[in-house]
Design a protein around this ligand. Sequence first.
Ligand SMILES: [Zn+2]
Length: 261
Amino acid sequence: MNAPLKNDRVPWLQGPSADSVERAVKCSTVSSEGKNPWRLILLGAPGVGKGTQAELLTERLGACHLSTGDVFRAASKRRDCDQSPAMKAALEYMRRGELVPDSTVWEMVRERRECILCTGGFILDGFPRTLSQAESLKELMETEHLSLSAVVNYELSVDEIVQRLSGRRTCDKCKSVFHVTEKPSKGKGVCDRCGGRLFQREDDRPEAIAVRLEAYERSTAPLIHFYKNLGLLLPIVAKGSPDEIFTRTMDKLADDKSKAS
Ligand SMILES: [Zn+2]
């Protein structure tokens, strides 16, 4: 299914298991040694299209997409005895509906540090989320004499995000997702794939979105300030189609790189 050179991200998704914390799987990607790889962090509120941009950037830049969300999804499908202690602890917090503490998140990332140090570069998505996580990452990278290329921050007004997210409709049978304006189903309120009924998830109601966005802003404001002070922040307007946003990102990155050299 995958092209031979496409990174399967096994070392990132899997990490070390419970009994062999130091024996992580190695990455199968051919690394681009010597050609100054991209090391990016992606920031952006839910609804700005960060996931799509991460995929497009990964394809173009060749750096590995390291998403902490993907790590959690992969881990929740694995057997308990295959999880490292940090992963077990993180899943336990999530089951209880609690925030995973910084130290546990950092332990999970540290277990996967081979991916951070990889000569192919990386595109971090979902990490760091707090100032303390950002400081831990900075420390690790400094110790290894690595530097970040940029911190890409996708920006969109609250109104626009609400408009985007509140248009989503989910199938009650197969869970396919549609959008009233951007990706409408052929029959109104009916799923194209299975004929199920489309409904608006509780999470996608404007009031719920506003609450989520507020929480996001509160937690990332210090992070944005931190990277701005380091001269690494690259704000990108997340308006328009995914292709337009991608072109804008690539232009800004090229601009940034020429300024730096
Ligand atoms: Zn369906």
